[in-house]
Design a protein around this ligand. Structure first.
Ligand code: NA7
Length: 530
C-alpha cells in the first residue's frame, strides 16, 4: 500500500495498516511529519480546537504520557506531538521524506497503481491512500506584477524559517483564521502593518490558558467515555450545546449565557443555545453579542465598523478563534484597508496596488489567503483511474465521492477525510481515526475474502452526493461564500464539500454500510489464471 502524506492522517494510516500486517510505505513532501502543522509555521499559528480533544485516542499509553501545556496548542507544540508519535510508534523507517507524488495511474490489467514521484521513482502499489490533507494546497491569488515587487511574498501555509519581520513594513492579505492569528504577532515586530480585508469574519476570543493539572487529570480519568461521546455527537466536540432556545429566555438570561460562553472561549460560544445554528433570529442575537465585543475592543469607530462582519450568519463561514486580534488595530502603526470596494489589482515594485489608485509600500507581503480546500491536495497529483480519466476531470463539475472515501472509476484508491465526509466540520482527529479504522477494516475484509479490488458504485456515489447536498441545505452554510463550497478559488465548481449531517450520524452510516457487506462498493474477485 502506498500512503501519500505523513500528516496526522497518513501517520495513523501507516500505524494501523502496518499493525494489521499490510506492507505499507508513506511518501511525504515535507522533510518531517506533521502535515498542516509542519507547514503552517507562521507566528501565532495555533489550533482552534482544544489540545485534549485535538489529539489521537487510539493509544491509551500515548494519551497518558503526552503532556499538553495549553488549552489551544501552538504550532510548535503540535509539531512536537507529531514527532513524538512518529518516534513512539517507529513510523519514520517507512516514510520517504522530501518527495512529492506527482502522478498515479491505475493499470487496469494488473489492477495496480503505478505511482511516480518528483525524485524519479516509480512505485507499484495495490492500494493507494491519499492522506494529502484538506487544507494543504495553498490558494494563491493572481497578483499581476509580482515579479517586479522588490519585497518578499510568503504564504502562511508554507511559512519559511527565515522570514524577517523586525522593523519592516508588512502587509497581510486575508482575514480568515490564519490572518486573524498572524496579525497580532506581526504587529508586535513590524514597523508598520497594513491588513487588507475583503470580508470581515466573526472571531471568538480563545480565552487560552495553561492547562490546569486537575482538569487534565479529570479528562484523563474519563477519557474514553468523553471521546466516545464526541464520536457519536453532531459536532465531534465534548462541549455540550445547551438544549434551550435563545428566543425562549429573557434578555438578562441570554446575555449571561453568552457572557459565560464567551469567557469559556472558542467554538463553545455557538453552543450557548441550541438554535443559534438553526434559527436566523437566534443566530442574529449571537452575532450581535459578538459585534458588540468588536466595537468595544476597537477605539476608532470607523475601523470597528469595518471589522464588523456583514452579510452572513455567524457560523456560516468557519468561525475564527483569536487572541487579541481586534485590539491590535488600536496600535498606531497598524491599519486596516478595505479591499472589498477597491480590490487589490496587483503589485508594483514598491507594494500593493488597489483599484482606487493607491499604492501601499511594503517590504514583506504575507498571503493569508487560505487553501484550495478539500479537493486541491488530491487533484494537484495527476491521478488517472480507469480509461485514463483524471480525478480533476471527474471532479470538474464538483467533487463526487461515496462517503468521502472513494471515487467511482478509481479502484483501490482512498481519499482520506475527502469531500463528502464531515472532516473539517469536526475535530480532524476524530475524522482521521474513523476513516483510517474504517479503511483498515475494509482492507482486512478484502484480504480475508480474497477480493482484489474495491470501488465506489456510481449509483451509490450519486446518491451520497444528494445526501451531502441535502444535509448542507438544512444548515446556514449555503448562505455564505466560503472555502467550504469552493467559493474562494476562482473557477472552482461550487457545491458544499463536507457532509454536514453530523459526525455521529456519518459514523453510523459508515458502520451500517460495512455491516451490510460494504453496500455501495463494488468488490471484485481476482481474474482466475488459466
Ligand atoms: P481562509 O479562511 O480561506 O481565509 C482566506 C482569506 O484571504 C479571506 O479573508 C479571503 O477573503 C482572503 N483573500 C483571498 N484572496 C484574496 C484577494 N485576492 N484579495 C483580498 N483578500 C483575499 O483561509 P485561512 O488560511 O485563514 O483558514 C483556512 C482554515 O484553516 C480555517 O478555516 C481553519 O479551519 C484552518 P474572502 O473571505 O474570500 O473575501
Amino acid at each position: 500500500m502506498l500512503v501519500v502524506g505523513a500528516g496526522f492522517g497518513g501517520m495513523y494510516a501507516l500505524h494501523a495498516l502496518r499493525g494489521r500486517g499490510f506492507s505499507v510505505r508513506v511518501v511525504e513532501r515535507g522533510h518531517g511529519v506533521g502535515g498542516t502543522w509542519y507547514w503552517n509555521r507562521y507566528p501565532g499559528a495555533r489550533c482552534d480546537i482544544e489540545s485534549l480533544e485535538y489529539s489521537y485516542s487510539f493509544s491509551p499509553e500515548l494519551v497518558r504520557e503526552w503532556e499538553w501545556t495549553q488549552r489551544y496548542p501552538t504550532q510548535p507544540e503540535m509539531l512536537a506531538y507529531a514527532e513524538h508519535v512518529a518516534d513512539r510508534f517507529d513510523l519514520c523507517p517507512d516514510i520517504t521524506f522530501g518527495t512529492s507524488v506527482t502522478s498515479a495511474e491505475y493499470v487496469e490489467d494488473a489492477r495496480r497503481w503505478g505511482i511516480r514521484t518528483d525524485t524519479g521513482e516509480v512505485i507499484d502499489a495495490r492500494f493507494l491512500v491519499l492522506a494529502t490533507g484538506v487544507l494543504s494546497a495553498a490558494a494563491v491569488p493572481e497578483l499581476p506584477g509580482q515579479d517586479r515587487f522588490r519585497g518578499r511574498v510568503v504564504h502562511t501555509g508554507s511559512w519559511p524559517d527565515d522570514v524577517e519581520v523586525e522593523g519592516l513594513r508588512v502587509g497581510v492579505i486575508g482575514t480568515g483564521s490564519s490572518g486573524i492569528q498572524v496579525v497580532p504577532h506581526l504587529a508586535a515586530r513590524a514597523a508598520e502593518l497594513t491588513v487588507f480585508q475583503r470580508t470581515a469574519n466573526y472571531s471568538i476570543s480563545a480565552a487560552n490558558e495553561p492547562l490546569d493539572a486537575a482538569y487534565v487529570q479529570e479528562v484523563r480519568d474519563h477519557y474514553e467515555e468523553l471521546r466516545e461521546r464526541a464520536r457519536w455527537s453532531f459536532t465531534g466536540s465534548t462541549v455540550p450545546i445547551i438544549r434551550e432556545s435563545a428566543l425562549a429566555v429573557g434578555e438578562r438570561t441570554r446575555r449571561r449565557r453568552f457572557e459565560e460562553r464567551w469567557r469559556r472561549g472558542g467554538f463553545a460560544f455557538l453552543g450557548a443555545f441550541d438554535d443559534i445554528m438553526r434559527d436566523l433570529r437566534a443566530n442574529r442575537l449571537a452575532a450581535e453579542f459578538v459585534e458588540e465585543r468588536i466595537r468595544a475592543a476597537v477605539d476608532d469607530p470607523e475601523t470597528a465598523e469595518l471589522l464588523v462582519p456583514r452579510g452572513h450568519p455567524i457560523g456560516s463561514r468557519r468561525i475564527c478563534v483569536d487572541t487579541g486580534y481586534h485590539a491590535t488595530f488600536n496600535q498606531s502603526h497598524v491599519r486596516l484597508v478595505d479591499v472589498r470596494e477597491a480590490p487589490i489589482t496587483g503589485l508594483s515594485a514598491e507594494g500593493v496596488l488597489t483599484a482606487d489608485g493607491a499604492e501601499r509600500p511594503l517590504d514583506l507581503l504575507v498571503l493569508a489567503t487560505g487553501f484550495d480546500a478539500m479537493t486541491g491536495s488530491f487533484v494537484r497529483i495527476d491521478v488517472r483511474g480507469r480509461n485514463g480519466r483524471t480525478l480533476r476531470e471527474a471532479w470538474a463539475e464538483g467533487a463526487r465521492t461515496y462517503l468521502g472515501l472513494q471515487v467511482s472509476g478509481f479502484p483501490n484508491l482512498f481519499t482520506l477525510t475527502g469531500p463528502g465526509s464531515p472532516a473539517v466540520l469536526c475535530n480532524m482527529f476524530l475524522a482521521i481515526e474513523q476513516h483510517v479504522d474504517w479503511v483498515t477494516g475494509l482492507l482486512t475484509h478484502l484480504r480475508e475474502h480474497g477480493i482484489d479490488t474495491v470501488e465506489a458504485d456510481p449509483g451509490a456515489e450519486a446518491e451520497w452526493g444528494e445526501t451531502v447536498a441535502a444535509a448542507a441545505e438544512r444548515t446556514f452554510y449555503p448562505m455564505a461564500d466560503s472555502w467550504y463550497s469552493g467559493a474562494n478559488v476562482p473557477g472552482k465548481a461550487r457545491g458544499f464539500l463536507p457532509y454536514a449531517g453530523g459526525v455521529g450520524k456519518y459514523r453510523r452510516i459508515c458502520e451500517a454500510v460495512a455491516a451490510d457487506e460494504y453496500r455501495g462498493f463494488l468488490l471484485t474477485a481476482p481474474v482466475p489464471q488459466i
